[in-house]
Ligand binder design. Structure first.
Ligand SMILES: Cc1ncc(COP(=O)(O)O)c(C=O)c1O
Length: 441
């Protein structure tokens, strides 16, 4: 499974963005997150082109929770992509990168007053209001400061997508947004309209879930959301300009997986949208989307160095298991532990060899942090560089310092050039925030 610009070079090594993966590991150390810059740019262009061709009134914003640092903000700005941020830290990163904040959306189910103030101070384009408390706090602050804040209202369409329970968000029983079914969403729209001119509601938002391998639930959600646009117009007389359907398109983690292409996805989404707009006699809104995983996931590879290889006896066939331990694990990729995420791995320096053994890839944390329970792989030996595929989304972004591991570095590779975009943490970084109270000194 070669993704993006990956290929096998003349040395039989994995090459990403024109850079030899074994050489990258030597130069920058491991674990190392490698991001294929051209792949990200191509994904942005293809996603945009797929929707521009079918429905020109559309806006694409990158869900930065998937992968964020200042370099990706610059890249998204260059590609003309908006930015969705969901915390003070994400917002601050975008501001520090010089990202044009009028193209940003602020998310969160429990935004602090400080976060709302940051949105007002930095001219964030839309605050995606999640609840009544937030609506009131934002309205008060905007009024006190003589400002107008544009908002979307996050609503729950009551759609239950078939994905892991921890990444489902559009069903009724959720902490996110306001229910259409109970009438809470409509009450919030009415209240928001009443808070003009300091609050300017321009549309409604939903996000139903992540890593969705077909467009079925998006189609269902669009039908509910457009029905709600109709109801808003009927009850309030206001016709919303914007409809945001969040993110969610899945990617390939395993060889056999086949998520919709951007064109197939756009066909389904725009087909469903046009049909629903006709059925409910609703004028065309601007369609907003917030893809995260589908723009960066397949662009990322994590390089590890293989350490201990251990063969143990197991009761099931074939009677033994081979544990291949790598120099990272839970702290750089918590997804297998969080939601049973699955991955493919390659021996970066032996791409020409047959994949004739099955191994279990284990991390080095004080947990049974199995990174890949079972993977078909070539002849792997201590010192080899293991490349784990499709780690561009929710890996670096979710990294922790568990066991006081230092967070890995991240590089962008393109046309044979590798540039650091996040430095590797040092041991001094690990103790940087610690204090020893005088009574313990
Ligand atoms: C509000 C919102 N929008 C967009 C996304 C991005 O989702 P994905 O990475 O699946 O495209 C998320 C993910 O959690 C989200 O919560």
């Amino acid at each position: 499974m070669l993704l993006g610009t990956q290929r096998v070079n003349a040395h039989g090594h994995l090459e990403i963005g024109g850079c030899d993966a074994v050489e990258l590991a030597r130069q920058f150390g491991t674990p190392l997150y490698v991001m294929d810059e051209q792949c990200i740019r191509d994904n942005c262009r293809r996603y945009k082109a797929a929707f521009d061709a079918r429905y020109p009134k559309n806006e694409i914003s990158f869900a930065s929770k998937a992968y964020l640092n200042m370099a990706i903000c610059k890249l998204m700005q260059q590609e003309g992509i908006g930015l969705d941020v969901a915390s003070a830290g994400e917002l601050y990163t975008a501001v520090r990168a010089g990202y044009p904040m009028e193209r940003a959306l602020l998310h969160g189910n429990n935004k602090s007053e400080a976060e709302l103030q940051m949105a007002l101070d930095h001219g964030v384009g839309r605050v995606v209001v999640d609840n009544f408390l937030e609506l009131r706090l934002l309205a008060e602050r905007a009024k006190a400061q003589g400002k107008t804040q544009k908002i979307f209202l996050r609503v729950t369409p009551g759609i239950d997508p078939h994905t892991h329970r921890r990444i489902r968000t559009g069903q009724e029983d959720t902490k996110f947004g306001l229910s259409i079914a109970t009438g809470a969403a409509l009450d919030a729209v009415t209240e928001a309209l009443g808070a003009a001119p300091h609050i300017q509601i321009t549309g409604i938002h939903c996000h139903i879930g992540s890593q969705l391998l077909d467009a079925h639930t998006h189609e269902q959600a669009i039908e509910v959301m457009v029905g709600f646009l109709r109801r808003i117009a009927d009850v309030t007389g206001w016709v919303p300009e914007d409809l945001d359907i969040g993110g969610g398109l899945g990617i390939r983690y395993l060889e056999g997986q086949r998520p919709p292409t951007y064109d197939e996805f756009a066909d389904s989404v725009i087909g469903a949208l046009r049909a629903a707009l006709d059925r409910h006699a609703v004028p065309e809104p601007t369609l907003w989307q917030e893809p995260g995983r589908s723009l960066v996931g397949e662009a990322g590879v994590t390089l590890y160095t293989v350490g201990v290889i251990k063969r143990v006896a197991i009761p099931e066939a074939p009677g033994t298991r081979t544990y291949v331990a790598i120099d990272g694990g839970l702290s750089d990729n918590p997804r297998p532990q969080l939601y049973d995420a699955v991955y493919e791995a390659l021996v970066a320096g032996k791409m020409g060899e047959p994949k004739d053994q099955t191994v279990t890839v284990a991390g080095k944390h004080c947990e049974t942090d199995i990174l890949i329970p079972s993977v078909q792989i070539g002849n792997v030996e201590t010192g080899d560089i293991l490349a784990v595929q499709s780690t561009g989304a929710y890996n670096y972004a979710m990294a922790s310092n568990y066991n006081r591991f230092t967070k890995p570095a991240c590089v962008f590779v393109r046309d044979g050039q590798a540039d650091l975009v996040s430095r590797r943490e040092t041991l001094d970084d690990v103790v940087r925030l610690d204090e020893i109270p005088a009574r313990l000194a």
